[in-house]
Design a protein around this ligand. Sequence first.
Ligand code: SF4
Ligand code: SF4
Ligand code: SF4
Length: 316
Amino acid sequence: MRVKVAEEWLNICGGCEVSILDIGEPLLDILPKLEFVHMPVLMDHKYFGQTGEKTEMEIPKADIGIISGGMRNEKEKHVAEEMRKKTKTLIALGSCACFGGIPALANMYTLDSLYDKVYRGSKTTDSADTPTENLPALLDRVYAIDELVEVDVYIPGCPTNPDLIAQALIALLEDKPFEMPERSVCDDCPLKREKKAAGGEIKRSLASAEFNQDEPWENTRCLMEQGFLCLGPVTRSGCARPVEGGPKVPRCIIGYMPCRGCFGPVHKGANPMVDMMGAMSSIGLDVKQVPDRRALLNRYIGGQKRLRPLPQRPGR
Ligand code: SF4
Ligand code: SF4
Ligand code: SF4
């Protein structure tokens, strides 16, 4: 008998659904064992009947539930709760589902100032209005799935790594647990570390790192030691993929770009900001030199505790 899967996308961009398709050939092996009973990205499914005649939300029962995206409004919360009721094992797919992701940057600001900025402040809308008709009410902030609904399996990443989705599905098909190891991106990184900074100022990530792509990976100096704020030491491993038959390399490092932390903390309860300051100090980088330090602090300790109005644009 095939294993039933229900998939939902909530407050997202769709990139994590592309990761499912990007599983590639292993997907062909898994697909015959799966039956997708609900997946709005692929199949039309009306939640309240074809003509909206039903009063109860209809999501079919499934063995595995997958949710990408966090929750921004009441409808998304309702869908997540329904998915929890209807599925035996619930997977939070991608960093939006696991942590709130990029949309949760809005949690730094009050709901009212967001309305002012993105709706009432526009030249084409009514500056005194707050749209409510035929729209689900916004929640007070963006929520990760497990803040309101119990989650069984976490697959972070923005977008996540297709290999991890395949590994999780195969494990669940074999009735085995799936959990990612508590390792850091640095543990997968082949760049050369000398345990001390190369000197000079801390650089913005848009500056170009020193590298020669014709040379082996281990001939390029660690980007943090080059002075870039690479979040590899405090970010969970999982994004690395093999490059041209060689070793696995973290996704951003393949492009000689510093890690921006998209796989989230190495383990639950970690304090990445404090750990990052420790990692920087340990190689002699001065934390006080970090450009945009305030934005960085907001990212890590922001959320609902630091809600404040958005700054006004001139002329508004
Ligand atoms: S985790 Fe990233 S790729 Fe996935 S839905 Fe969120 S923003 Fe898109
Ligand atoms: S800090 Fe960045 S560049 Fe350096 S080893 Fe870690 S992941 Fe690689
Ligand atoms: S290197 Fe960091 S930011 Fe880039 S994909 Fe991996 S975890 Fe995400």
